[in-house]
Design a protein around this ligand. Structure first.
Ligand SMILES: Nc1nc2c(ncn2[C@@H]2O[C@H](COP(=O)(O)OP(=O)(O)OP(=O)(O)O)[C@@H](O)[C@H]2O)c(=O)[nH]1
Ligand SMILES: [Mg+2]
Length: 479
């Protein structure tokens, strides 16, 4: 994968379908020569200067006109892939770009793999792996906030901070390795503690990078929230209230919702996939029974569960039966129909026993302040009147972000980066511990080297090829 020969690749770079224009991108050593064989314009593209646009027609091998195009010529090295690139702006729609691509392939270009243009930018040293991944994040961004984070990453925000960490880590490694060459007498305890200080500085830098990464991951990848509860408590009404439109059918009859309904909303920049589910009850109707099974599966798979209770009737046996399946730490109780409730007071925690994550009577959770544990997180709303919905939204984000501020601007958004950074810290910490125990410095050097290699995986220096392939498989063709 690394030493890819710069053969000439081509792909349609725009989405297939009706549109104003469509672009076929050609990149490689022969990009201009190949395009010249199919381009008829006022001048040959080989005579064109870099970054110029030329009007003309694409013709097939039989000399038939395929489309009228604008050809943009961009010469190496100041191009997206770093090699010569030609972009053919065709008429929009599915056919013109597809036909132009076919003619390019007949003329000697090879169809590009997913993400291959960006992969070449990586191989050409124009982007590091973090920036290449940011390109995919830009394409996949689901909220304006997600786009903002990805653009910051493409512009090198994270790469610069990782470079600073690498310098610290190299200094630490160099000191640890230099200890190998000295005899025990030469290494005083003050030397060891100075080296350990360097290591601790690396750990602090990792902690800084990881701060607010949960926010970053939520913004980049989104979260899923399942709305569950017994029939008729107002789950579908709540979905509609959160979406601010009448998406799901609401009726006064229990058992209205059968299949799970999913919709995504932007909650302070976090793409939240809301899943409205069938009311939980045992039913002989096979369709409803299947719906209940799906509701249980949605609750098990969701990042957060909204357990909806009808506060006009209070907590009953059916509500308790639902709660028994839920993990309290991932559950937010929504007391709906507050407009009807005469006075249901807090303390719902005492009436609900959850499957896990602590409950009203779970002294086994290891927390000694049982009083606070018994108070499950709950929010009062009226889905019908749209009251309390913004409080609910705030409660959702604060649970997802574990109380962290939504205004934080995280450095790290990608789970792969988080995992590698944790391994950097683990390696450095192990090395520090070995030094403190006066173990042979060779052992500490191994751990320090592992930390370095984990850091290199983030930027692409030491990323295994299968991981690279996996990363680029996420890309679109033509990117
Ligand atoms: N007064 C009042 N009625 C509500 C409120 N929320 C929902 N309802 C009513 O409760 C009934 C059931 O609402 P749905 O949203 O269909 O309830 P559901 O939980 O989705 O029901 P199933 O899909 O059958 O499980 C409807 O008549 C709604 O208008 C509320 O906040 N106040
Ligand atoms: Mg419903």
């Amino acid at each position: 994968m690394r030493a890819a020969p710069r053969d000439t690749i081509a792909a349609v770079a725009t989405a297939i379908g009706p549109g104003g224009i469509a672009i076929v991108r050609i990149a490689g050593a022969d990009a201009v020569r190949i395009t010249d064989t199919i381009f008829r314009g006022t001048k040959r593209l080989s005579d064109a200067s870099s970054h110029t646009v030329h009007h003309g027609h694409i013709v097939d091998a039989a000399g038939r006109e395929v489309d009228e195009v604008l050809a943009t010529v961009m010469l190496s090295p100041n191009t997206y892939t770093t090699d010569d690139v030609v972009e053919l702006g065709c008429h929009g729609g599915a056919m013109p770009a597809r036909r132009v691509l076919e003619v390019c392939l007949d003329a000697g270009a090879r169809i590009a793999r997913r993400g291959e243009f960006t992969e070449r930018a990586l191989l050409g040293g124009r982007l590091d792996l973090v920036q290449a991944e940011a390109v995919a994040d830009i394409v996949a961004a689901k909220t304006p906030r997600g786009l903002e984070f990805a653009l910051g990453q493409l512009e090198g925000g994270l790469s610069h901070r990782l470079a600073a960490l690498r310098d610290k880590l190299l200094a630490f490694r160099a000191e640890v390795e230099s200890m190998i060459d000295f005899s025990d007498e030469d290494i005083g305890s003050s030397t060891v503690s100075a080296i350990a200080d360097l290591g601790r500085a690396c750990c602090r830098a990792v902690d800084d990078l990881l701060a607010d990464s949960a926010v970053g991951a939520a913004v980049r990848d989104g979260i899923s929230v399942a709305i569950v509860g017994r029939p008729n408590v107002g789950k579908s009404s709540l979905l509609n209230a959160l979406l601010r439109r009448e998406r799901a059918i609401v009726t006064a009859l229990p058992g209205t919702t059968r299949d799970a309904i999913e919709e995504t909303v932007d909650l302070d920049g976090i793409p939240v996939r809301l899943i409205d589910t069938a009311g939980w009850r045992s039913s002989r109707d096979p369709a409803e029974a299947e719906g209940v099974e799906r509701a249980k599966a949605a609750a098990a798979g969701a990042d957060l569960v909204l357990l909806v209770i009808d506060s006009s009737t209070g907590v009953g046996a059916e509500d308790r039966a639902v709660a028994e399946h839920l993990d309290q730490s991932r559950t937010l109780v929504v007391l709906n129909k507050m407009d009807l409730a005469s006075g249901m007071r807090g303390e719902v925690g005492r009436e609900l026993a959850f499957a896990g994550g602590g409950g009203s009577d779970s002294s086994s959770s290891g927390l000694d302040s049982a009083a606070t544990v018994s108070d499950v997180s709950s929010v009062r709303v009226s889905a019908l009147r749209r009251d309390g919905i913004s409080e609910l939204q705030r409660a959702i984000s604060s649970m997802v972000l574990d109380g962290r501020a939504l205004t934080a601007d995280p450095a790290v958004t990608n789970l792969r980066h988080m995992d590698a950074l944790r391994r950097v810290k683990a390696g450095v910490s192990r090395a520090i511990a070995l030094l403190a125990k006066e173990a042979p410095p060779e052992l500490a050097a191994i751990d320090a080297a592992e930390a370095s290699s984990a850091l290199g995986e983030i930027t692409g220096e030491t990323t295994p090829d299968d991981v690279l392939r996996h990363i680029f498989a996420r890309f679109c063709v033509g990117k």
